[in-house]
Design a protein around this ligand. Sequence first.
Ligand SMILES: Cc1ncc(COP(=O)(O)O)c(C=O)c1O
Length: 404
Amino acid sequence: MSKLAINGGSKVFETPAIVPKWPPVYPETAEKLKEIYLGHKWSFYGPQEILFNEKYAEYTGAKYCAMMANGTVTLELALQALGIGDGDEVIVPAHTWLATGEAVVYRRAVPVVVDIEPDTLCLDPNKIEAAITSKTKAIIPVHLFGSIADMDRILEIAKKHNLYVVEDCAHAHGGCWDGKHVGTLGNIGSFSFQESKILASGEGGACITNDEQLAEILGRLSHIGYQYAAKQGQKGTPPPMGLLCHNYRVTDFQAAILLSQLEHLKEDTQLREESAEYMRKKLNAIPGITVQARGRKATTQSFYTYTMMVDNTHLKEGITKKDVCAAVTAEGAALWEGWGQPMYRQRLWSVKPEDYRIASNEVAEDIVMNKIMMTSLTWLMTSRADQDKYCDAVAKVMEEYYVD
Ligand SMILES: Cc1ncc(COP(=O)(O)O)c(C=O)c1O
């Protein structure tokens, strides 16, 4: 057994891996940005924003798309458009970024935390019905990291209990469930285009929907009440009385960046999916390591992070997943612990305990803190030789730390 790099041994990656930088940049986008800048038309239903709405709707197969400032306000406005407000309850998964839960609180509604599945790490449909009360109005499944929530089961439960479904697709651009793009299965799909995301414009977000009325409301809500594509000073009907609208607009610079990335999305998703499956076989063969499961009916699986679980119950005494991450990283292969906490324990979660409810969290409490480890989607864009070495690094560490 060779000595671990963290203990002074030689690294698996003697020569550093060639890992692309994220987000990707394209020379033609730089030209386009310059053109927009020199054109004096930067925002407010600008031509790039309108074009992106059309192109993203077309890409996802949704009828409508509405760009907004980020993937937090998309969730907030999705809930507002569906009429969710004071005291309503909304089911959210125990493991997600805090925005999923906080968007509910912004509506003065109550996030109800439901556990995740141990394999996909997405909302567990088996635990949803126990959390439903007469106040429940919606479910927000999150297609987390590199998987897709079980949309067949979730939609079935929603239908039975007359609930709305808002899909949080912040991690899942390009992913398809049974041939349908994520975000088109429920009432509204919410996307983030924040810098680390699969489509990235620094900041940004979008809602997609097939419902014309919801699309009309989402456009107004994010554009301070203006009718879709109606600019300040121009005609267009005012918002209905009582529809409190926001300025959550984006700029044409962001839309232009996304438009050029969109042209690469299909090919890049396919490349990353192939790499993910290649590495999955190797990593799953390492005792104590299991890669996050694909969505059960994922016909295309997109990846925001590449996530795996370590069986911490079989690690040498005193060794935790933190040590595994540090040792793998020392070999030259990046691995980290993720958010490290379920949503309601994250450092930035500031919602008072009386303002949310935990219905179930057993799996999340264990798996998030003790087992989840992840690397960047950019490793899925490296050469097969670097991917082999990545898996060798994990194997080398587990050979040292795993006990039967
Ligand atoms: C699952 C999930 N939902 C929503 C968001 C919010 O997106 P944004 O950062 O664009 O507000 C994020 C951001 O990381 C996320 O991970």
